[in-house]
Design a protein around this ligand. Structure first.
Ligand code: GLA
Length: 379
């Protein structure tokens, strides 16, 4: 990727870039839709990433070539408006959020290339936002505080792009730690890297059906959680215990009650997963994965038939501790924990199982946990 993005830059701008940035996507092990409820999540930065090669410019413009779309577009930092293309709006959103913090930004030209499948729930947009935040920080000589930049990326998405996402994706991309998953408290933004077991593989299972962005469904879920929190007179569902919820669930609208039950139980599952992972009890972690999937399917209603089939196929393949949909849902990917020694059998059986259930080809992306957004010297 490194060489390819440098070559793309040279072919596009007929100059050499002065800096390279790698910003990873993420996969969430467990803790789905809990981030915007001030809850707990457990993602890791993955070895699939957005790469950005760039060179500072002096005329206040940001010019960008997106390899995935074979398209070049630009905007001026003094006059940022919603004029598209869609992928550039994430870049503008980050610039606007940073300007909102009184940062004095310098322009640059750059090329982006990614091996992250776009729209598959692996946070290609958060990876782009964090790459862009790092680019602005570098060329404008600002310090890159990962948690602060993650918040600005989230703000870009909430206020400029219009998706009310939580903080998980940007934090995972910016703060990743090699060989560790990140146990994050989304209220305090406290983050604990937890070592991943060496004899277990993390397999991302791509259903081949892109996540229909479903931002309206996402925003509806968020509003339903806020309704439930208001009922309990708390800041967020993080503050409601399972017992309290169960005692009162009949008083809530049925759908709102189901949504709340997912969130409250999912928060507990994250805590148990971290605990069991630290003890090396992978069977228990696997059970928790599957319970999370059932809850997302039956209570939160964000799974899809393809996600359900791929999770079933994974669960009945050799060496699988557990599997669940990952990310927002509505299509995209699942994640499975697999015994390293059974990798080949697992892959074979998973692909065959999914195909016989759906007639479709799944893709398996094996990943390690990598460091968050960082710069590399060119050449
Ligand atoms: C998307 C959002 C995240 C999070 C997940 C669901 O990836 O961007 O903030 O809410 O969905 O866990």
């Amino acid at each position: 990727m490194k060489e390819s993005v440098i070559r793309l830059f040279e072919n596009t701008f007929r100059e050499k870039p002065s800096l390279l940035i790698r910003s990873p996507g993420r996969v969430n092990l467990i803790g789905e839709h809990t981030d915007y409820n001030d809850g707990f999540v457990f993602p890791l930065a993955i070895s699939y990433a957005v790469w950005l090669a760039l060179l500072p410019s002096t005329d206040g413009t940001v010019a960008l070539h997106a390899g995935s779309y074979n398209e070049t577009a630009s905007f001026h930092l003094d006059n940022i408006r919603h004029t598209g293309p869609d992928w550039l709006e994430y870049v503008k959103g980050v610039a606007v959020s940073m300007q909102g913090q009184e940062y004095n930004l310098t322009g640059w030209k750059g090329c982006i290339l990614t091996d992250l499948p776009i729209g598959s729930g692996l946070s290609s947009s958060a990876a782009l936002e964090m790459a862009v935040a790092m680019a602005f920080a570098e060329v404008s000589r600002l310090s890159f505080d990962p948690a602060k930049m993650a918040l600005l990326g989230q703000q870009a998405e909430n206020s400029w792009v219009g998706v009310n996402c939580g903080i998980m994706d940007q934090l995972a991309s910016a703060c990743g730690v090699a060989d560790h998953a990140l146990f994050i408290d989304c209220r305090s933004l406290e983050l604990e890297p937890v070592p991943l077991p060496q004899d277990t593989l993390i397999a991302i299972l791509d259903t081949g059906i892109p996540r229909s962005l479903a931002s309206s469904d996402y925003n509806t879920r968020r509003a339903q959680c806020e309704t439930a929190a208001r009922f309990f007179k708390v800041a967020a569902l993080r503050d409601v215990t399972l017992e309290k919820l169960q005692d009162n669930i009949k008083l809530l609208d049925e759908t709102v009650g189901k949504r709340a039950l997912h969130i409250v139980s999912e928060n507990d599952r994250v805590l148990s997963t971290v605990d069991q992972l630290k003890k090396g009890n992978m069977e228990a972690v696997g059970q928790l994965f599957y319970q999370s999937h059932e809850s997302l399917r039956d209570l939160y209603n964000v799974s899809s038939p393809e996600l359900d089939r791929i999770v079933e196929a994974a669960m009945s393949s050799d060496g699988c501790y557990g599997a669940r949909m990952t990310g927002a849902g509505f299509g995209g990917c699942a994640v499975a924990l697999v015994k390293k020694e059974a990798a080949e059998k697992f892959s074979e059986q998973l692909l065959q199982g999914y195909q016989s259930k759906t007639g479709m080809q799944a893709k398996i992306l094996l990943t390690s946990a990598v460091d968050g957004t960082k710069t590399f010297p060119v050449g």
